[in-house]
Design a protein around this ligand. Structure first.
Ligand code: AHR
Ligand code: AHR
Length: 527
């Protein structure tokens, strides 16, 4: 996952270890009202034009970020706001272009929005809506609509940040492969927002929402789920969910010595299956370069996979039976009819790279302006080379105060660099997104600070929103909790907390409180 994971474990204050252990993975980020001006139209032909030219046309095309046909000029997705339950379709800046999110930001201001529909851009209208109860999971909820601000073609857009319990599906589709027919698919996802839960999938699933047996699914999976040892490397891996197992080869489930995983912030995860004897997995950095073939060979030797028995439903973010313990990011994905050629897949990767996926920022830096990149410097005498940074601990990202300077590794400096976002719970306040882990935001839980995805809940919105004011020490800046206004971000004993000036927690001690809660907003440590 992220850099610097193990090196800092000893700096985690002992006082908070039990709290970390209890922590559940949660949420994400805020939207920006400042949209960099980019290209309204990406280069053509686009992904589905390329698949069509290769004789394997898209039968479903879902994207949060852009048109997947040069000629497409319809909606990308629908959002619903909590204040009055109304919905809004989010379309494009131009035909064949990128998502136009300004209407969404206006529609969702001072309330919160979830994504209720992801439109299929093909004539099949295989739209995805919030998944209902399945054989192994209760009904899902919609993902927050502004939890993953990223850049595409120089424009700010939103990806879909899926937390556990969230997923999308269509059980009544047209044109999707069934019962041994060949198909291809890919999704653009993220290597920094993953877990080992079952099952962050995009692709072909059962029409019943139940596990109906081996070979009844054919979906690309991206996760750290090791479906029985041995697995190689730490992942996350691109795998095939063929039902009752995630497969990296025909050796048995996740076993493939040459597939050690890919953890780029933007990842192309690709699968094709001829439905009879063969499947292939490819991965790539969605920001640059070409695809790596992780596997091209026979279908699993266990009974039921050759030939396949796909049913033709489409799932996003869960397993075929709605196993919904997984998390992940989704930017775009398509499914095809036929078995795409390697040349077609290579051209699609080039098209994805041309989009220029990146974390959305703007030109300003070092100031509390939405879109600005900043670092947050401790002001206590003797510790002014300390900054707030995130680091991996016990399965999540914790925020700590630690020494960062010119001799620090680039990855450590990146961990101490934040993108300023409009506050989830209050547009006059701020949320802070990890620059190197798109979709992970500073939030408190049991008054300890973490960097985690935003799940769209009101609690998480408040936990991840901080109001800036003149520093409690008389200069600099203090960050007041939006949902616990007596509490401010405090560096204490190497950790970072929401602290009151006197209270029950060790970090509430009055001595040093004013200085410990005062920071300097500096230029970003990592450009
Ligand atoms: O194949 C892995 C998972 O197993 C499927 O996604 C799910 O339907 C079953 O529980
Ligand atoms: O951090 C204090 C509270 O702890 C948060 O509001 C909540 O998420 C958790 O219970």
């Amino acid at each position: 996952m992220s850099s610097g994971e193990n090196s800092l474990a000893p700096r985690i204050p002992a006082a908070i270890m039990p709290l970390v252990a209890c922590m559940i993975i949660s949420c994400g980020s805020s939207s920006s009202s400042d949209h960099p001006i980019g290209n309204s139209t990406p280069p053509t032909p686009e992904a589905c034009d390329i698949y069509a030219a290769g004789g394997t046309p898209c039968v479903a095309a879902h994207s949060m970020t852009r048109a997947l046909f040069g000629a497409y000029n319809g909606p990308l997705y629908q959002v619903q706001r909590s204040s009055d339950g109304t919905t809004l379709d989010i379309g494009l800046l131009a035909a064949g272009g990128y998502a136009a999110i300004a209407p969404q930001d206006s529609f969702c201001v001072d309330t919160y929005c979830i994504v209720t529909r992801i439109y299929d851009q093909t004539a099949n209208h295989n739209d995805l809506t919030i998944e209902g109860a399945g054989g192994n999971g209760g009904a899902d909820v919609g993902a927050a609509a502004n939890a993953l601000p990223v850049e595409a073609g120089g424009n700010q857009v939103y990806g879909l940040s899926i937390s556990a319990g969230q997923g999308y599906r269509n059980d009544v589709t047209k044109g999707v492969a069934t019962n041994g027919q060949p198909e291809g698919m890919y999704m653009v996802t993220s290597g920094t927002h993953v877990n080992a839960g079952c099952c962050f999938d995009y692709g072909n699933a059962e029409t019943s929402g139940d596990d109906t047996g081996n070979g009844h699914m054919d979906a690309v999976n991206f996760s750290t789920a090791c479906w029985s040892a041995p697995c190689y490397g730490d992942g996350p891996w691109v795998q095939a969910d063929l039902e009752n197992g995630l497969f990296q080869s025909d050796e048995g489930f996740s076993t493939n010595a040459s597939n050690t995983g890919i953890d780029d912030p933007f990842v192309t995860a690709m699968l094709k299956n001829d439905g009879q004897t063969q499947f292939e997995l490819r991965s790539g950095n969605a920001q640059s370069g070409v695809l790596t073939t992780e596997y091209a060979g026979g279908l699993p030797v266990f009974p039921g996979y050759a030939p396949m028995h796909q049913e033709g439903a489409i799932v996003l973010g869960t397993g075929g039976d709605n196993s919904n313990g997984s998390i992940g990011s989704f930017f775009e994905g398509v499914m095809t009819s036929g078995f795409p050629s390697d040349a077609t897949e290579a051209a699609v990767q080039a098209n994805i790279v041309s989009v220029g996926y990146d974390t959305a920022t703007n030109a300003t830096s070092g100031t509390l302006a939405v879109g600005s990149e900043v670092s947050l410097q401790v002001t206590l005498a003797g510790l002014t080379n300390y900054y707030l940074r995130h680091e991996a601990a016990m399965g999540t990202q914790i925020v700590v105060a630690s020494e960062l300077d010119a001799t620090s590794a680039a990855s450590d400096l990146a961990n101490g660099t934040w993108v300023v976002r409009r506050g989830f719970a209050n547009a006059n306040c701020f949320s802070f997104e990890a620059r190197d882990q798109p979709g992970e935001f500073i939030r408190h839980f049991n008054f300890v600070l973490y960097a985690q995805p935003y799940d769209g809940s009101l609690t998480n919105a408040g936990d991840a929103t901080f109001c800036a004011m003149t520093g409690n020490a008389g200069s600099g800046t203090s960050f007041q909790s939006s949902n616990y206004p007596t509490r401010y971000i405090r560096q204490f004993d190497g950790g970072a907390f929401m602290a009151a000036d006197g209270g029950n927690y060790a970090w509430d001690v009055t001595a040093g409180w004013a200085q410990d809660t005062t920071f300097v907003v500096t230029a970003p440590l990592a450009p």
